[in-house]
Design a binder for this molecule. Structure first.
Ligand code: IPE
Ligand code: IPE
Ligand code: MG
Length: 256
């Protein structure tokens, strides 16, 4: 007789067996949404959903490293999320601090390179120093590149890039004719990283919410009704399999 756990493991294994390792996306970006609704459904405060979401974060990172994914970007806190009640914001920041402190050893052990995308200087010093420490201590790792988008807004990222490029133009370091797509990409927080091939959004919302506007130009989008705290390995594999069934055309005509 199979226990519940075994059935789950068996289902995961079946999906995993269907994944073509040659066609794995290089970069998966996830809008982790639905924590508040998850908590509400259970009659719990919203923050309980955020805490529960940490388990999904762990499982998805672990699975990404396991399957040999190159880049994973998780959207954890947008520049617009400061407009939430102060108590929720400080709880989220506390969770970030706690997560980084607790998980640093695991990240190191698993050869994961950790980075933050966003205006890190806009975060409280106690959060910032821990994030910076984790970045430094994992900077030589060569396995999964794990980005957390924190105090991130895609429009702000473009503003930062425009300012940087304009400064170099005014300094005479570059010419107007040198401003091209490559230069713009190199001035984004994701410089030197491939664009996401697959964007996953949980909780059934069909919007981008100011996430990686430039980089998602040709990403395949997968929206699942599953709320983030319920999103596990199985759902992650489903998203990858769905992606592998897509025909990516990049504006071209694919001959039959
Ligand atoms: C996602 O869950 C986490 C963050 C945006 C920080 P939400 O908190 O947005 O959950 P819902 O959308 O209200 O259910
Ligand atoms: C997007 O979720 C931001 C993160 C997941 C961190 P939101 O819940 O903030 O997005 P909207 O408000 O529904 O667009
Ligand atoms: Mg939300």
């Amino acid at each position: 007789m199979f226990s519940k756990v075994n059935i789950k493991v068996q289902q995961e294994q079946e999906l995993f067996n269907q994944i073509d390792p040659q066609k794995l996306p290089k970069h998966i970006a996830i809008i982790m949404d639905g924590n508040g609704r998850w908590a509400k459904k259970r009659g719990l405060p919203r923050v309980a959903g955020h805490r529960a979401g940490i388990q999904s974060v762990r499982e998805i990172i672990e699975t990404s490293a396991e399957i040999g994914l190159n880049y994973l970007t998780l959207y954890a806190f947008s520049a617009e999320n400061w407009q939430r009640p102060p108590s929720e914001v400080s709880y989220l920041m506390g969770l970030v601090e706690e997560y980084v402190l607790k998980e640093l050893e695991t990240l190191k052990k698993n050869n994961i390179k950790f980075q933050v995308l966003g205006r890190i200087h806009g975060l409280a010093p106690s959060v910032r120093t821990k994030l910076e420490d984790a970045r430094q201590k994992t900077s030589q790792n060569t396995g999964l590149n794990f980005n957390v988008a924190l105090n991130y807004g895609a429009r702000l990222e473009l503003v930062d890039a425009f300012q940087e490029i304009s400064k170099r133009l005014l300094d005479g370091a570059i010419q107007l004719s040198e401003i091209n797509e490559e230069l713009i990409s190199q001035n984004l927080y994701t410089r030197d990283q491939p664009d996401p091939d697959l964007l996953i959004r949980t909780s059934g919302e069909f919007r981008i919410s100011n996430f990686l506007l430039w980089q998602l130009a040709y990403a395949e989008i997968f929206v699942t009704p599953v709320l983030w705290p319920d999103f596990k390995k199985l759902h992650f594999f489903q998203a990858i399999l769905d992606y592998q069934g897509r025909e990516r055309r990049f504006g071209k005509v694919i001959s039959p």
